[in-house]
Design a protein around this ligand. Structure first.
Ligand code: DAH
Length: 347
């Protein structure tokens, strides 16, 4: 190839590359153009091979022209790529436009379940009196749930607590939190104990406005040397006053539980009618709040404590009942019904 022909080719390639760059629609297209002209097998690169055909005088001039072509195309490429990049960015900004003046979408916070709130209130009151919160299991053995609590297999008290059985013989869902008493005693013996045991319980019963198959209980247990009935009365009176108001009148009424002796129930003056008698207190003026008593010697013994040396008191309450009285809730099924209109009232 002569120098002249080479010069014509250079001019041709210049125009060709210019047109190719004009056709580019994206930075990626520009990369294609670069490969076509400046790549290892590109149109400009291969032109360098013709230098050897030229005479010694022509060669430096031709070399210079080729190098100029190469830098020219490089510069054009860079300019076009820059232009396209700016264009792409502009398009993207238009497309993804953000209207910062639009009102924000409020993030809705949930609320604690009313039973969780009630439990926390119970914890707060008993922690003030030196009680520790102790968590124990919901799946229990028949032995823990009944036998060690002085409820033998044929005891009529089992009738009061219809049980959910598992497929494993002797393993049940606990019907009350009382089996936790045995577990704490066996773990802590011979240390003194002051704990509350909160948690879910299960009973195989008809679901009605007054009873659910799943519910919550909070058990209390104090064991030590010289723990007396008057300690129980003091603790429960303080609890009732903090929970239902400082003027709340309380009374202990004799009752029966197999795991306490003597056994009592705590009544408070009806918080709805203040004792005049209404539908909720069934005209008596009093509301039943919890069961309690002095821990039966046999139960102390089952926990590892010598009843000659140690005494204790225990109590068990239902947070659902407490929440129902405090908030005038008439149907226990609402707690697990997941109706937000109900739950949101306790924000
Ligand atoms: N476990 C009883 C129940 O579920 C409640 C109870 C009564 C617990 C008296 C006690 C207690 O610790 O002393 O009905």
């Amino acid at each position: 190839m002569s120098l002249r022909e080479l010069q014509e080719r250079i001019e041709h390639i210049k125009r060709e590359s210019q047109e190719a760059l004009q056709r580019c629609r994206s930075v990626k297209d520009c990369e294609g153009v670069r490969v076509t002209f400046l790549g290892r097998r590109g149109k400009v690169t291969t032109l360098f091979e013709y230098l050897k055909d030229l005479s010694g005088e022509e060669r430096p001039q031709a070399g210079r022209l080729l190098n100029e072509l190469k830098s020219h195309i490089e510069a054009q490429l860079e300019a076009r790529a820059y232009q396209l990049k700016a264009q792409e960015l502009e398009e993207q900004l238009q497309k993804e436009r953000l209207d910062v003046t639009l009102p924000g979408r409020a993030y809705r916070l949930g609320t604690l379940h009313v039973i969780t709130q009630t439990l926390r209130e119970i914890y707060r009151i008993f922690q003030q009196m030196g009680f520790e919160v102790y968590q124990t299991r919901e799946v229990e053995t028949d032995e823990m749930n009944f036998q060690l609590l002085n409820i033998p297999p044929d005891h009529p008290a089992r009738e009061m607590q219809s049980t959910f059985y598992t497929t494993t013989p002797g393993v049940i869902l606990r019907t009350h939190t009382s089996p936790g008493q045995i577990r704490v005693m066996r773990e802590r013996c011979p240390e003194p104990i002051r704990v509350i045991l909160p948690g879910k319980c299960y009973r195989y019963e008809q679901i009605t406005p007054r009873s659910e198959i799943q519910f919550t209980q909070v058990e209390g247990l104090a064991v030590g040397r010289g723990v007396r009935m008057s300690d129980l009365k003091g603790v429960l009176t303080e609890f009732a006053r903090q929970m239902f108001g400082p003027e709340t009148a309380v009374k202990l009424r004799g009752s029966y539980f197999p795991f306490t002796e003597p056994s009592v129930e705590l009544d408070i003056r009806c918080i709805l009618c203040e004792g005049r008698g209404c539908r909720v207190c069934k005209g008596t003026g009093w509301l039943e709040i919890l069961g309690a008593g002095m821990v039966h010697p046999t139960v102390l013994q089952n926990g590892g404590y010598d009843p000659e040396e140690f005494t204790g008191f225990a109590f068990g309450m239902g947070p659902e009942r407490i929440a129902m009285l405090k908030h005038r809730i008439e149907d226990i099924r609402l707690f697990l019904g997941n109706d937000l209109r109900f739950l949101e009232q306790f924000g």
